[in-house]
Design a protein around this ligand. Structure first.
Ligand code: ADP
Ligand code: MG
Length: 589
């Protein structure tokens, strides 16, 4: 299945995964032997025909084509090893992009993404591969624009007949398909309106997200948006007559001006506590999923181009069985039957409620401003406790302070908003600032009616969790001197000797981001960002600083594979799930 922008549907990984077969990454220097004329590449390949596969290594280095420079960076040692790696530089004079396609960082990212998708389509059926995105437009190492030059990184399975070089196929890949792909990227070959619309769309999305704070909103869902997806395993928009496009309730309608599209109207979700209610199957979770992904930009035609959420919004869920390392969950949990200190709580096997409490604390620790919560994936006992249960199980026997008692101080005192889907309990009426009801996929503002049904609620005090200082040595990417960063589908990040379970990180949306998280962890530990007594939040600030300066490629020093930019929240989440992680000490923020 493929969308308009050729993005394959990749919620579940989509295609065979080169990272999966590889052993560890081997940083390898290309041979420095100066540039060779590409006219000789074909010649040289033909000479190698039938020779032993290892001779491919002699191709390493740069080759000058008429229109671009090919660099053969890393050559696989046999036909079954992970694909070889090459890069391509197309100079601005050949690319011919007008400056308006790439003048701002946002347009540069968008147009690079557009070109990578185009390259991906041009390579259909080839042995050459380029890593491209799904419905989200996320900065990735496979395509960049630098002063109008196009820089691409690709993989290629160098062909063999058994362990002998298949020169004819290699020549057709490198000397025909590759130049044809480059040709397809020249501006004169591109439908300029389409490319410009792509960048305009991304620029509008970013402008919309940038306005949220000043409008006092945590999220915005434009009228006409299409939120539902084609199926549970597809991220493409639902189509057909069954789709109910989004229409905002008038009382919560906000108009926003965008640079290209002009004025758009939609639902503005204000700061504070917003409750999404409604009967089962009326679209509550679909709305929340769209908000989760609203931290990213979407391709035109996705239906969620103008659904945006604060960039530091974090999905919270229960995650039974996860490890927790010295996290302060005392706001939620006290007096455990084990007598454990919940201000400094560790476990190798968290319960539903303690895992969710840890997820909240850890997100706040690294700066989440908005929590996104869906009753479908929460621990009920951490969310609510009704009066009958309170009468039966006395306060001093119940270690949990339910979220409903904390959600207000969380906002009033700490400035953290919550958007919560809750169809099963009216307890949150007491604390909600706004209540939106979905009925047949249409939202209605039912705040007034919910207020009439609300009761007084005393609530509890919330204190911000302690910050943690990591023992840097407990975060180790290498195995026998080489860094090992791989992934298994969207489920597992292998980092050094450890497997990190990332299955439940809803806002890790791109396979490349999983590798990006692994590389970010490596940088945190190997570049000393976690050292010098820095807290996790301070280390991530330092990391973000580098990424802002050098872009996603700052992560990939010596790494030959594909990767995309993760958010700090997912990097922190992976760190927190690393089973070797050791916290040195806690520090008051
Ligand atoms: P809830 O969380 O309220 O139980 P879901 O969000 O899981 O409901 O949605 C139930 C079903 O309705 C899903 O199959 C979803 O794809 C579909 N759906 C959601 N929103 C829309 C919409 N706007 N138009 C058409 N179908 C929708
Ligand atoms: Mg639901």
């Amino acid at each position: 299945m493929s969308g308009r922008y050729g993005g394959k549907d990749r919620r579940h990984g989509g295609r065979p995964d080169p990272q999966r077969r590889g052993r560890s990454e081997r940083p390898e220097q290309p041979e420095i032997r100066g540039r060779r004329d590409a006219a000789r590449l074909g010649e040289e390949l033909r000479r190698m025909s039938g020779a032993s596969y290892g001779r491919y290594k002699s191709l390493r280095g740069e080759w000058e084509f008429d229109d671009f420079t090919l660099s053969i960076d890393r050559v696989q040692s046999d036909p079954f090893a992970p694909p070889s790696r090459i890069s391509v530089r197309v100079p601005a004079s050949v690319a011919g992009m007008p400056e308006r396609a790439w003048r701002s960082p946002v347009r540069r990212r968008a147009t690079a993404d557009y070109l990578v998708r185009r390259a991906y389509r041009a390579l259909k059926g080839a042995r050459l591969r380029i890593d491209t995105g799904g419905q989200e437009v996320i900065e990735r190492a496979s395509g960049r624009i630098e002063d109008g030059d196009i820089l691409l990184r690709l993989g290629i399975e160098l062909p063999g007949h058994g362990r002998r070089i298949d020169a004819r196929t290699a020549e057709s890949e490198l000397c025909e398909r590759l130049p044809a792909m480059v040709e397809a990227l020249r501006w004169e070959e591109i439908d300029a309106d389409d490319a410009v619309a792509f960048a305009d769309t991304v620029e509008d999305t970013v402008a919309l997200r940038d306005q949220l704070s000043s409008l006092g909103l945590v999220a915005f869902v434009a009228d006409g948006s299409v939120l539902p997806r084609r199926s549970g395993v597809s991220d493409l928009p639902m189509d057909g007559s069954a789709v109910v496009p989004f229409v905002s309730p008038e009382t919560l309608r906000v108009a926003v001006k965008l640079p290209h599209r002009g004025e758009v109207s939609g639902l503005g979700i204000p700061e504070g506590i917003t409750l999404i209610v409604g009967g089962g199957f009326h679209g509550k979770s679909t709305l929340l999923h769209a908000l989760e992904r609203g931290v990213y930009d979407h391709v035109p035609g996705d239906g969620r181009e103008l659904v945006v959420t604060r960039p530091d919004a974090v999905k919270i869920r229960a995650e039974e069985g996860r490890r927790v390392e010295r996290t302060d969950v005392s706001a939620f949990v006290r007096n455990l039957p084990t007598g454990a200190d919940t201000g400094d709580f560790s476990t190798d096997n968290a319960s539903g409620s303690t895992s969710q409490a840890a997820n909240i604390s850890e997100s706040l620790e690294v700066g989440a401003s908005t929590l996104l919560v869906d009753e479908d994936t929460t621990a009920t006992n951490l969310m609510i406790r009704d009066t009958r249960m309170q009468a039966l199980v006395h306060g001093d026997r119940e270690p949990l302070t339910p979220f409903v008692d904390l959600v207000r101080p969380l906002h009033r005192v700490h400035g953290v908003s919550t958007v919560l889907v809750m169809g099963g309990s009216g307890d949150y009426f007491d604390v909600a600032d706004n209540v939106v009801m979905l009925d047949g996929y249409r939202p209605y503002d039912v705040t007034e009616r919910a207020r009439e049904l609300a009761s007084e609620r005393t609530g509890a005090a919330f204190h911000a969790p302690e910050h943690r200082v990591i023992d840097q040595r407990s975060v180790n990417a290498s195995v026998r001197g080489r860094s090992k960063i791989k992934r298994r589908d969207m489920d597992v990040l292998t980092f050094g000797e450890s497997d990190i379970d990332v299955r439940h990180l809803a806002q890790l949306v791109d396979p490349g981001q999983i590798i990006g998280v692994g590389l970010a962890l490596r940088m945190l530990s190997e570049d000393g960002l976690l050292g010098e007594g820095r807290t996790i939040a301070e280390a991530l600030d330092a990391l973000d600083g580098r990424l802002a300066e050098d872009g996603v490629v700052a992560l990939g020093q010596g790494f030959a594979g594909d990767y995309a930019l993760p958010r700090r929240f997912e990097t922190a989440a992976a760190l927190n799930r690393l089973r070797t992680l050791r916290v040195q000490r806690l520090r008051r923020p």
